[in-house]
Structure formats: structure tokens, C-alpha cells
Design a protein around this ligand. Structure first.
Ligand code: FE2
Length: 510
């Protein structure tokens, strides 16, 4: 088991460049031997095979390495040279060679040959180092590209109104492709009022129901001091899972795993992982990718929770405000919440998006907010209203529209509030809009409003039976109500809808 933080290294920088001794021999005719700074041979057989010469030259290596300078020894029968090879200001090994020469002229030639060999050796190392650096740079660039690409893709789908499971599915799918693993998985344990999330992409080498156990075991190995919300500081890489009794007990098919903790900012601690990859161990590039994905996902989950809390707070505030309006008329207590629920049902039935459904629900809640400016004696009056009283009450859509006019985000809701008493035939108020001039949200609210009025007891009449309500909506379809909306509405299970009025929390009637 290793907690991987290793940086990428190109193997060429650590040994003799492949084929260098052979190339130097072909260029200069000099057989070069390579030694560690302690004199241990690093030469392969391709350099020759003269064991006695090799041992003799090995004795020069420690001195040449210690001096950090070329050593040349001239004797009557030969010239011997040893050259320290330096990389990044450090002597990494020593190259050495001997050329036989029995005359003054021969020794002079031998020195020139050895100098040429030294130059070829050093050029060979420089080339290899440059290649290694290029390789590292290319790998690093590729890694950065993959990381940026992964985060870019995730950025496109991380929306606070998407469920956590959909986001985790996307993250696992992206990881599966980017890392090239057999499987990618995400797990978050359940908490009070929140179900656990278990998402798998690809072919997991163990049973899906064992995912929590695998995650819990690896988290235990990482220790209890997990990363704080949104910051996954640690990662676990195991390329020999069969050496771990717990993992091998879960599945004999699990070979490799890389895992990063995943948090939700509320104490839930799960993980994002990739499992098994044919012929290639997981390493620090994979760990880095998964860590980036886990960080982005953790932050998203936390943001989503905060967004929901804000949304619920806003809804509670709106309900409180609406309660104060509904309370002005005991006969309409809970009316706004029932209209909102009906609006939501109808919006879902006609296929509006979740965001639009939420907007329609809010419009339903707020549709009568303008009645805050209507005198209670008119709202509470039993019996028929006088014409002037009717005019006063008919001002509530305009007052409601004015109340919401200063809130830019509520533009579409304001229109629904302002026009919810318009009719398709143009005989509504306050503007006498006709047909498609009446905004869709206002048409939905208008129908839901009429439905609640008909199914509620009023001072001047008891609630109507559902069959009669249906007939009334059918009769007014195309005149008071939008024909298509009325058709969809009449196909709803209205009993089930009305059960929601009782089951769901409603505004409090003061
Ligand atoms: Fe109204």
C-alpha cells in the first residue's frame, strides 16, 4: 500500500542511455565503460567484454567522481581516461576507457581519440537528458490537459438544481474515460433524512453492495482526520490489492484501486474511486485527476445544500407573507398554497422544466398578494358585492404586480400575478388580454385559482362536487380557460391532487 505523491520521472536519466557505448565505439573506435561513483560497473556486454580492463578502469571511478574532473593517466603502453558524468550539478556516474599506444605518436593519437570519445559520451547523456525533459514536459502537459478537460466537462454539468446522483453519474463517466480504468465509482453514506448515494460506471471488479465496505476500509487506512469540506487533501493508491486481506476478501478480481475522499460539508464522508486498469498501474497522475474531480464534486454538493437551504428559507418567507393575506378572509385560508400545489401539478403535466415548475409554484403562492391592499370588510363580506366593491377587489392583480415590480428575478411571476384574472376570450381584467396575449403562467394560475374557488366553501355557496367542477371547467374551456390547459387538467387525478392539500404543509391561517 502506498500513499502516492511521487512525481513523474523519466527512466532514461537514471542509467546509461540505451546503445551509447556502441555508438561511441562506432564513432571513435574506443570501448567505453561506465561505473557508478563507487566503481560498480554499469556497462552492458555490448561495450566489449574485457573483464580485466573493466576491473582496472573501475578503480579510477571513485577518484574521478570525488575530484569532479577528468582523470588522464599516460604510461608507456597506453593512455587511460576517466570522465565524471554530471547532471543537474551532480556526478551521477563515471565513464572510462583505455587506448593502447606504445609510441609517442601513438599516445598523442590515443589522447585525441579519448577526447573524442569523452565528447561523444557527454553528448549522448545530454541528448538523453533533453529527451527525458521533453518526455516529462509532454506528460505534464497531457496531464494538465486531461485535468482541465475533466474539470471543464464537470463545470458544464455542475448545476445546483441537478440531483447529486446525476452529478455523480457524470463525474464517474468522465473519470472512467479519462483514467481508462475498468470502473469508476462514487459513494456517499446516508444521513438523517438523506439517502446514501452509490454510483458505478463501467465494470466494477466486486459486487456493488460491497462498495460501502471497500470505501470504509480504505478510509480507515487513511485515518480519521479526513479532508475538510471541499478539499480532498489525501489520496490512496494500491496497485496490489490482493496483498490486502480485506480487499482480497471482497473480491479476487480487484487488482488496483485509486481513491479520494468525497465530502458533503455535513459530516458525510464517502469516496470517489477508480478500480483496475489492464497492464498499467495507477500513479500520481491518476491520483491528481481523481482528487481534482473529488474537490469539484465536494464543493458542488456543499453549494447545492446551501442553495436548497436558501430556497427553502425564501419559500418559508413567502408562505408567511401569503398567510397574512389569506388570514384577511377566513373562507380563503390556505387558498394560495392550494393554488400553488395545483399550479405545480398542471405545470408538470404539460412538461415544463423543473425550474419552470418551481416558478409556477411561486406564482401560485403569490397570485393574490395584492389583496393585502383590499379592505377586510370587502374580502369578508357575505353575500353579493356592490359594483364599487367589486371594482376595489378587482384592483388586487395590479397591486400585486406593483408589489413584485421591484424584484427583477420575479418578472415572470409578476406577470402571472398581474394577469391571473384575464380570460382567453378577452373578458377578464385588468387589461382585457386575449388568447396568447395572456402569459402561460397566468393561464395556469387562473385555472388553478378557479378550481380552488369551486372546490372551497364560500359564504354564498358550499363547495361544488368534483363532477360539477369538471363540467364547469369543460364548459368554460376556450372562453375563460386555455383550451389545451383545461384538457390536460381534466385528465389529472383530481382526487389525488386534493389529497395533497391535506398531506402537504400549507400556509398557517392566523
Ligand atoms: Fe385573484
Amino acid at each position: 500500500m502506498d500513499i502516492s505523491q511521487a512525481t513523474l520521472q523519466a527512466p532514461e536519466t537514471l542509467g546509461v542511455p540505451h546503445g551509447l557505448a556502441r555508438r561511441v565505439f562506432e564513432q571513435t573506435g574506443v570501448a567505453v565503460f561506465f561505473f557508478g561513483t563507487d566503481g560498480v560497473s554499469m556497462t552492458s556486454d555490448e561495450a566489449g567484454g574485457d573483464r580485466a580492463l573493466q576491473e582496472s578502469l573501475a578503480a579510477l571511478a571513485p577518484d574521478a567522481a570525488a575530484q569532479g574532473a577528468d582523470v588522464v593517466i599516460v604510461d608507456p603502453s597506453s593512455v587511460t581516461a576517466a570522465w565524471p558524468i554530471r547532471q543537474r550539478r551532480r556526478t551521477i556516474m563515471v565513464a572510462a576507457a583505455r587506448v593502447e599506444a606504445r609510441s609517442e605518436e601513438g599516445r598523442s593519437m590515443a589522447r585525441r581519440l579519448l577526447a573524442a570519445a569523452a565528447e561523444a559520451v557527454r553528448a549522448g547523456f545530454d541528448n538523453a537528458a533533453a529527451k527525458a525533459e521533453n518526455h516529462a514536459a509532454a506528460e505534464s502537459l497531457l496531464q494538465s490537459y486531461e485535468e482541465v478537460s475533466l474539470l471543464h466537462h464537470l463545470g458544464e454539468v455542475l448545476r445546483v438544481n441537478r440531483p447529486v446522483s446525476a452529478i455523480l453519474e457524470q463525474v464517474c463517466g468522465e473519470l472512467l474515460q479519462t483514467v481508462g480504468a475498468d470502473a469508476a465509482a462514487a459513494y456517499l453514506p446516508g444521513a438523517e433524512g438523506v439517502a446514501s448515494e452509490s454510483i458505478i460506471a463501467g465494470r466494477l471488479p466486486f459486487r456493488a453492495e460491497d462498495l460501502p465496505q471497500v470505501v470504509a476500509h480504505l478510509l480507515d487506512l487513511m485515518g480519521t482526520d479526513g479532508p475538510s469540506a471541499g478539499i480532498s487533501g489525501s489520496v490512496i493508491v494500491n496497485n496490489h490489492c490482493q496483498d490486502d486481506p480485506v480487499l482480497s476478501g471482497v473480491s479476487i478480481a480487484l487488482d488496483r484501486i485509486v481513491m479520494v475522499p468525497l465530502t458533503d460539508g455535513q459530516g458525510r464522508r464517502g469516496a470517489l474511486l477508480a478500480a483496475n486498469r489492464e497492464d498499467l498501474e495507477f500513479g500520481s497522475p491518476d491520483a491528481k485527476l481523481i482528487r481534482s474531480a473529488a474537490s469539484a464534486t465536494s464543493i458542488f454538493i456543499e453549494n447545492q445544500r446551501l442553495f436548497r437551504e436558501l430556497q427553502e428559507l425564501m419559500l418559508d418567507l413567502v408562505r408567511s407573507l401569503v398567510s397574512s393575506v389569506d388570514a384577511k378572509d377566513p373562507y380563503t385560508c390556505g387558498h394560495s398554497e392550494r393554488v400553488a400545489i395545483t399550479c405545480r401539478c398542471l405545470a408538470e403535466a404539460i412538461g415544463l422544466s423543473p425550474d419552470e415548475v418551481q416558478t409556477v409554484y411561486m406564482a401560485g403562492l403569490l397570485h393574490d398578494i395584492g389583496k393585502i391592499g383590499t379592505p377586510e370588510q370587502i374580502l369578508r363580506k357575505e353575500g353579493r358585492l356592490e359594483p364599487e366593491e367589486r371594482l376595489v377587489i378587482q384592483r388586487h392583480p395590479v397591486i400585486g404586480g406593483r408589489i413584485l415590480a421591484g424584484i427583477g428575478k420575479l418578472d415572470s411571476i409578476r406577470d402571472a400575478v398581474l394577469y391571473h384574472h384575464e380570460r382567453i376570450d378577452g373578458n377578464g381584467y385588468p387589461s382585457g388580454l386575449k388568447g396568447d396575449q395572456v402569459p402561460l403562467l397566468a393561464r395556469i394560475v387562473g385555472l388553478a385559482d378557479a378550481f380552488d374557488a369551486m372546490t372551497s366553501n364560500r359564504p354564498y355557496r358550499p363547495m361544488l362536487p368534483l363532477d360539477e367542477v369538471r363540467r364547469e371547467i369543460e364548459r368554460n374551456s376556450g372562453t375563460q380557460f386555455d383550451e389545451n390547459l383545461a384538457k390536460v387538467f381534466l385528465n389529472l387525478d383530481l382526487h389525488q391532487l386534493m389529497r395533497q392539500f391535506v398531506e402537504r404543509p400549507t400556509t398557517v391561517c392566523i
